[in-house]
Each structure stands twice: as C-alpha cells, then as structure tokens.
Design a binder for this molecule. Structure first.
Ligand SMILES: [Zn+2]
Length: 654
C-alpha cells in the first residue's frame, strides 16, 4: 500500500517526460467493470462490481472505487457494457487428442454434431478437404467419424464411393466407433491388400455378394494394415493442429483448462512436452494416461505443478463401454437388444485413431469385441474384480488421482468395492477418486460414494443426444428418467462436475449446463425433471467444482484475489436468461492468466459474433449504425479514414 502511494505521488509531481518513462516501467493492470461479475464463490450467486487483474492474477474483486483508490499504476479499463464476466471453464472430462483429429482431418460426423447425412455429402466433404488443404494428387485424404447409422443410405461408404473422390489420392476414413474404417482402391493398393489377402485374426475385409473387396474393414487388426502406410504428420504440423484445436474448440468456448483423459499415450505426452517447451500452449492441458499403460505412469509421474501449461494429472481406467454401444456393464438387462447386434459409436476410444496424429505405432492392446446378445444381456466389464483392484491399489499406493469410466451401475459396484478395499490399505480422506459418466448409478451406490469420499463427473448431454433412444431401446423409460441422477448427487453433498466427453459431443460446456438444467432431449421430451440441476449448480460444475476435482481449487475456478486470472466474458448471464436459452449465450472473450486468447470472431472460421456479424466475411458490429458493417465500405460511405481507429471512433460514439 505504502509503495503504491509513493508511486502515485512520484507520478504526480515529476515532469511528464520522466513520468512517461516511469509509467512504462509499471506493469499494466486491467480493470473490468460495468456488467454482472459472477464470482462462483459460495453456495449462492455472488457478484462484485469490479475485478482488477495484474501479472496474470486477480488482485482485487470488489468495489470499483476500492480498485481505483488502492491500486495505482497504468490501468487498462474494460467496460463490460452489460455483459457477464465469470471464471472461465474447466473441462472435467474430455479427449483433446481425438478432438484434434477432428480438427486436423475432414470431419464426417452426422447431425446433430456434424452435417454428413449422406454418401454424397461425405464425398463432397473429402473433395472440399483436399481443396482447402491444398493437397497434391497423391497425398493422403483422411476423414474422421463417419457414421453409417447417421446417413440416409444406412450403409458404410465403399471403396467405389471413395474412388469417385479421387483415384490417385489414397483415401482413408474412420467410423466414429473406431471399429470400422474404409479405404479407396489406391489406399488398398498402397497397403498391398488384394482380393487374395486373407482376413487377419480379429479383423475382416468386408466383401460384396460377388466376393469383391468393398474397402470397408472391421477392427484394428484389418485397418491397421492401411493405417500404418499413412505418414504421421511432422511434430510441427501435429503441434499446429493441437494449438488450433485448443484455440478454436476450447478457448472459443470459454475453456482454459482442457483434458486428455485416457489417450495420454507416450507419443502424445512427448508432443505436449515439446509444446510446453516451446511455450505454445494457449491454455492449460491436463493428461491422464490409461491404466493399461501403467508403465507410463511411472515414467511420467503425475504432478500438481504445470510445466508451461501442461501436466500429467493422474490415471484413467476404462471399466466398461457405452450404453448406446451395448457395452456398458449394467446390473439389470438392457431394455431391448437389436436383432443385428452391432456396436454403435462408443465413448472414450482413443487407441487406433491416435496413430493418425502422433508418431507412435497403433496401440497394441486390442479392444475385446462386444459380447454376443443373449437373454438378459447386461454387458460386461473390461477387467475382473481382482484385476481392477490391483490397478486401484497402485493408484492409491502412489497417490495418483484416479478417474474410472463407469457407464453401467454394475461397473460402478465394482469400482466402489475396489476403492473401499484400497482405502482400507491406504487410508486417504482426500483422494478425490472420480467416477466418469456414472450415468446409471443407483441411490444405494450414491450413499456409498459419499461414504467413501468419492467424486462424480456426470454426462447430461446424454439426456439430450441419446435420451429418446435410451428410453426406447437401451434402458427403457424408467431408468432413462434417472440417468445422470444429478439431484440425488447434489443432495448427498457428493462433489460433482459435468462434462461433454469431447469429441463424443461438441466441446461446449454451456451446452452441458443447459442439458443439466432442463434435461430435455433432441425430440423435445423431458426425462427426469426432478433430477435437474439449478443453473448455478451447473455453472459450479464447470468452474470451481471442476477445479476441485483436479486439486486446483486454490488457483482456479472462482474470482477471488490471489487466483489465476482465467476469465470469460459472456453475452448474457446464464443465471438470468430463460433456462432453455443458456446454449444461445455467446462467449465474447476468453482470458487466460490475464491475456485475451479469444475474442468473438477473432478466429477465422468462427461464424458470427454476439451481434450476428460474420467475422470471417469482414463484418463487425457498429453501435452507431446498429448493424454489421464492413469497415472499408463504411469508411467510403461515411467518408472517414480507412483505419481501425477511425472505424472505432465512428462506430463507438453515438
Ligand atoms: Zn470419455
């Protein structure tokens, strides 16, 4: 305080030339005010008038006058103009690596996630990708996440479909489930796969009725033969793809901590360490190697400290699969078992796909094929109880934060038992072991979760994207109503977060907030209104609670002096809009450690800003004319200089 007073006095008495020099020595601070500033401290919404940020940290959160009076120095003032500021979002569970693949290669997802609902659109997307990426006539064209069940033809594309895209470029596309891939004739030729090539064990080259190869391959054992011929991008290309993903898919959604859960293979860890060394990560990245790669856990032990925005945070264990893939392990049979039992898009599968981005042989551990249908089919776990307990014990013995994927309640039973036993051997009241998804956990299991001091990260997007199909096919109406039992979790005081499982659903945590609050499906049905969260509870799930779940609550997740200035500016206050319109709120600005890393329409490819102006087409909002304008056109029309400054002073002044 005394120092500040002296500095202020000095500045006021010395000459202006000297003052300028002295001034530039003072680190700049930024004062935010003029809108709702939601701190996320406490059980009820709490607002402050102003936030002062200096050297990447929050130094004041309270009255604006106090900030002005107590903290002298050159201050950048940011009037929020009625917009809302809050802590930026912390992704409690997702897959950065898979999300990057979708950004780096042609995105073939069907609606509602993507737009590829026909073979014709799929072909066009690959042609567009070749053009926009300036590929030569023999470069590989790669596409991700096509889904035969999401296309009107209801079939896989064939080599002949892909040959219509190009006969000279090798083409390789992967199914969203990771269980299928398709190659065109050129790619098959490069891989040396001919009509005479036998099916490998555990895989199949599909054939038509005349016995000809269709180009469709099932399981990694088959499609690895093509994949291994694809050149992995150079590290600088892979790094650029990761950075683009972090900016466009995470920072643009207000997220400043991203997660790679389970796909932290050695190649990925090395890539991220290189990114950290080059200081090129725009946001924090936390990584969880898979328990099946236990050697990596010892080689790259988890740390609470970031190294230039990257850290290994703990270990991930995948105990079962996905409900819609009939691979989740349930205590009661699935509602309906389809005649043709084929896996649907599963969750959290990284394995083979990772080899498309990082320099590493495709994963050696094979996924076991889903079990055959039978009466009373309940799915099955990936580990038996002793196998699971061995891994859980290792996590507890080493104090690694453990995240366990359990979609089915039977898988959750196994995990609860394993954690209870591990706690007997390695008592730890603050272990924060987290069950991922926890979609079908029962009330008795939630009691035990609380007793064991465990945490949950829930997946409300499932109610929206799959709720209708869960009610009709997978779980039936009763179990669907209490999928992701959020109210039961909160009432017991269990630490919770919510996630999007990116890229299983889009990396948009405000979507997850809305789905947690209204529990409405795509079909417009509400499933289990009594299990809904309040908007404030849902916002806690992606800020302070998420920080807590990853042992970062002392540094992140709320606006209090001393915490990192990871902030977001939203077009509206999620607590004050209609609960069905939370998704419409735009992220206007994302701030990481005091630096703006995203501002609406600042990134090529983002469509429109809060005013609906299409940034990439050159349009910007002009308050004076109250419409989207192209600065150079407006300058001609209104006869002002063609400069940023002139556009600003014309448009900002009414
Ligand atoms: Zn996942």
């Amino acid at each position: 305080m005394l120092k500040t007073v002296i500095k202020t006095l000095l500045l006021s008495v010395i000459g202006s030339g000297v003052a300028m020099a002295a001034k530039s020595d003072l680190p700049k601070q930024t004062l935010y005010y003029g809108g709702d500033i939601l701190t996320m401290e406490g059980d009820r919404p709490h607002y402050v008038e102003a936030v002062l940020v200096k050297e990447g940290k929050i130094i004041h959160a309270g009255k604006k006058a106090d900030a002005v009076n107590n903290y002298a120095g050159e201050t950048v003032k940011v009037d929020l103009k009625g917009k809302t500021m809050m802590p930026s979002f912390f992704d409690p569970h997702g897959h950065l690596l898979l999300t990057t693949l979708l950004v780096a290669y042609a995105d073939l997802n069907p609606p509602p996630i993507g737009r590829i609902d026909s073979i014709a659109k799929l072909k066009q997307a690959l042609i567009d990708y070749k053009t926009s990426h300036h590929l030569g006539s023999d470069d590989w064209i790669i596409g991700m996440n096509y889904d035969d069940t999401g296309m009107k033809e209801q079939r896989h594309p064939t080599r002949w479909d892909l040959d219509e895209v190009s006969k000279t470029n090798p083409i390789y596309i992967m199914h969203s489930s990771s269980h299928f891939a398709v190659a065109n004739s050129r790619a098959l030729e490069i891989a040396g796969i001919t009509e005479k090539t036998p099916d490998p064990s555990g895989g199949k080259f599909l054939r038509d009725e005349k016995g000809r190869l269709t180009g469709v391959m099932s399981e990694g054992a088959a499609f690895k033969q093509v994949m291994l011929k694809i050149t992995t991008p150079k590290p600088e290309v892979a790094l650029a793809a990761v950075k683009k993903t972090l900016l466009e898919r995470f920072a643009a959604q207000g997220i400043t901590t991203a997660q790679e859960c389970g796909g932290a293979l050695e190649g990925f860890i090395k890539l991220m360490q290189l990114a950290a060394k080059q200081k090129m990560l725009p946001i924090d990245v936390i990584a969880y190697p898979n328990a099946e790669e236990i050697g990596l856990m010892h080689k790259y032990p988890p740390s609470g400290q970031y190294d230039n925005r990257f850290r290994i945070a703990g270990m991930k264990l995948v105990l079962d699969g996905s409900i819609q893939g009939y691979t989740a392990y349930l205590s009661k049979p699935y509602f309906k078992i389809p005649k043709e039992f084929e896996p649907e898009p599963a969750q959290c599968q990284v394995g083979d796909k990772a080899a498309l981005l990082i320099d590493e042989s495709p994963s050696t551990h094979e996924k076991s094929p889903p079990p055959k249908k039978s009466e009373g089919y309940r799915g099955k776990p990936n580990f038996d109880q002793p196998g699971l307990e061995k891994i859980v014990n290792q996590a507890f013995a080493n104090d690694w934060h453990l995240m366990v994927h359990c979609n089915g309640d039977a898988a959750a039973d196994m995990t609860l038992e394993a954690v209870e036993k591990a706690l007997g051997k390695y008592p730890n009241p603050d272990h924060r072991t987290t069950i991922i998804h926890a979609q079908t956990m029962r009330e008795d299991q939630l009691d035990k979760t609380r007793k064991l001091n465990m945490a949950l990260t829930l997946f409300p997007s499932h109610v929206y994207y799959w709720g209708d199909r869960h009610a009709k096919l997978f779980l039936g109406p009763e179990r669907t109503k209490r999928m992701d039992p959020m109210r039961s979790v909160i009432e017991r005081g269990i630490p919770y977060t919510i996630h999007t499982d990116s890229p299983v659903t889009p990396t948009n945590l405000l979507d997850a907030v809305q789905f947690a609050v209204n529990r409405t499906s795509i079909g417009g049905k509400v499933y289990g209104a009594d299990q809904a969260m309040t908007p404030y509870e849902a916002l806690k799930a992606i800020t302070i609670n998420a920080a807590w779940q990853h042992r970062e609550e002392k540094a992140k997740g709320s606006i209090v002096p001393g915490k990192v200035a990871d902030l977001v500016i939203l077009s509206a206050n999620p607590l004050k809009v209609n609960k069905n319109e939370i998704r419409k709120i735009k992220v206007n600005e994302t701030i990481k450690e005091g630096q703006t890393i995203y501002r609406t329409a600042a990134i090529t490819g983002s469509n429109e800003d809060a005013h609906g102006c299409i940034g990439p087409a050159g349009y910007r909002w002009c308050a004076r004319t109250a419409r989207c304008e192209r600065p150079w056109e407006l300058a001609e029309k209104e006869k002002f200089e063609k400069s940023e400054e002139a556009f600003g002073s014309f448009c900002d002044s009414k």
